[in-house]
Design a protein around this ligand. Structure first.
Ligand code: AMP
Ligand code: GLY
Length: 420
């Protein structure tokens, strides 16, 4: 069986690692140096829909897994299916749940799904007027479209809110993505990520997790794609889980179906647990990165079985089981990330497979290979994953070993999972 994964980061490395099994042969576009130990990497851009369709057709892929937001929002799954190729991931109509925050906010309003109060705007004068009228800070300003996790500004005062609005709507800071904005109420509480498989009718959540989005210890610095994750999330109690399932998860897949946008794939719920119960901060139309690296590491059920059940709309026949215990991932990044950083630094502390036995697994996010040596090739470079009976033990293991790997100007957060 030939399987192609579209993407090239830690999430795709984790997906491929979980799929490994007898009789399965893997390809990844574009992949990276760590992924190359599992799959044949092919140099096709994730946004090159025709390129992927042509390659998958020529190589007779049995399954293509579209893993990143951009190709999903652009309609890669639709194009693959139109060419008769089996594909995992939501189609374009469903991926809009991530591709347009204006769409997802309006969906939640229409179907009574708890989320922060909001308004959408395309005109900066009206948006500024609205913020002034509300007079409540901080206020959250979001570019409606995809912005690599950077299109969210939490403005502490009027001046900063006004600047964010003008930057997005008038100065095109996020290009087309910011031509429409959402202004919403700042929610107080604890964040939880829940990644769930769904075939449009049935929904099976993976283990809960907690991302750490800010660049530096103590939640300081800019928002990033994610500096580390723990699973399970201690704040996700059985009571919150029940509320989330009844008030958010099931209503969301029903709403999408009612809108003629049946969602099939992985739906990511970014939740805030507030004093009034869980509320949606955001939806993503795919596995999170680095959430996938811990959630998939704790998944006991065969991932391919689940993916096939999603595609065939038979997910209710499958139970999704997790290992007991906890897992942690800590990302090692290039100095300067999430802004400017250098690439091409030699990495020390990895064996020829790009691994290091002190960890349960090393997921590669942004690596290349030069003269047989692993080098940095992105802002987020490596993710070190350890498991333990509980989070504390997983945390001790990862931080006990992390300094055995390094490269010039590398940095990581030393408080993933809480201060030690
Ligand atoms: P997003 O890209 O929508 O996940 O937003 C990035 C981060 O901004 C989230 O993980 C939250 O930490 C924060 N955030 C977004 N919206 C809100 C909100 N309404 N209230 C509080 N924090 C928020
Ligand atoms: N780690 C957050 C995301 O994948 O969007």
């Amino acid at each position: 069986m030939k399987i192609l994964v579209v993407g090239g980061g830690g999430r795709e490395h984790a997906t491929l690692k979980s799929l490994v099994g007898e009789g399965r042969q893997f390809y990844c576009a574009p992949g990276n140096a760590g992924i190359a130990n599992i799959a044949s990497c092919v140099d096709i851009k994730v946004s090159d829909i025709q390129g992927i369709v042509d390659f998958a057709a020529k190589e007779k892929m049995d399954l293509v897994i579209v893993s990143q937001d951009e190709p999903l929002v652009l309609g890669m799954v639709d194009a693959l299916q139109a060419a008769g190729i089996r594909a995992f991931g939501p189609d374009k109509a469903a991926a809009v749940i991530e591709g347009s925050k204006a769409f997802s906010k309006n969906l939640m309003k229409k179907y009574g799904i708890p989320t922060a109060a909001y308004e959408t705007f395309t005109d900066s004068t009206r948006a500024v007027e609205y913020v002034k009228q509300q007079g409540k800070y901080p206020v959250v300003i979001k570019a409606s479209g995809l912005a690599l996790g950077k299109g969210v500004i939490i403005a502490e005062d009027f001046a900063r809110a006004q600047k964010a609005i003008v930057d997005m709507l008038d100065n095109s800071k996020f290009g087309e993505s910011g031509s429409e904005i959402v202004i919403e109420e700042f929610l107080q509480g604890t964040e939880v990520s829940v990644l769930a498989f769904t075939d449009g009718n049935c929904l099976r959540p993976m283990i809960s997790s907690k991302d750490h989005k800010r660049a530096f210890d103590g939640d300081k610095g800019l928002n990033t794609g994610g500096m580390g994750v723990i699973a399970p999330n201690p704040a996700y109690t059985p009571e919150v889980e029940k509320q989330a399932m009844e008030q958010i998860f099931i209503p969301t897949i029903k709403a999408m179906k009612a809108e003629g946008r049946t969602f099939k794939g992985v739906l990511y719920f970014g939740l805030m647990i507030t004093a009034d119960g869980p509320k949606v901060i955001e939806y993503n139309c795919r596995l999170g990165d680095p959430e996938a690296q811990v959630c998939l590491s704790l998944l006991k059920t065969d991932l391919l079985t689940i993916m096939n059940a999603v595609i065939d709309e038979k997910l209710s026949d499958v139970t999704v089981e997790n290992e007991d215990g906890a897992a942690i991932i800590v990302m090692m990044c290039s100095g300067g990330y999430p802004e400017n950083y250098q690439k091409g630094k030699e990495i020390s502390g990895l064996d020829e497979k790009g691994q290091n036995r002190a960890f349960d697994y090393v997921f590669h996010s942004g690596t290349a290979k030069k003269d047989g040596k692993y080098t940095t090739n992105g802002g987020r470079v490596l993710g070190f994953m350890c498991k333990g009976k509980d989070i504390k033990r997983a945390q001790d293991k990862v931080y006990g070993a992390i300094d055995t790997v390094s490269f010039e100007n590398s940095f990581y957060r030393s408080d993933i999972g809480g201060k030690r």
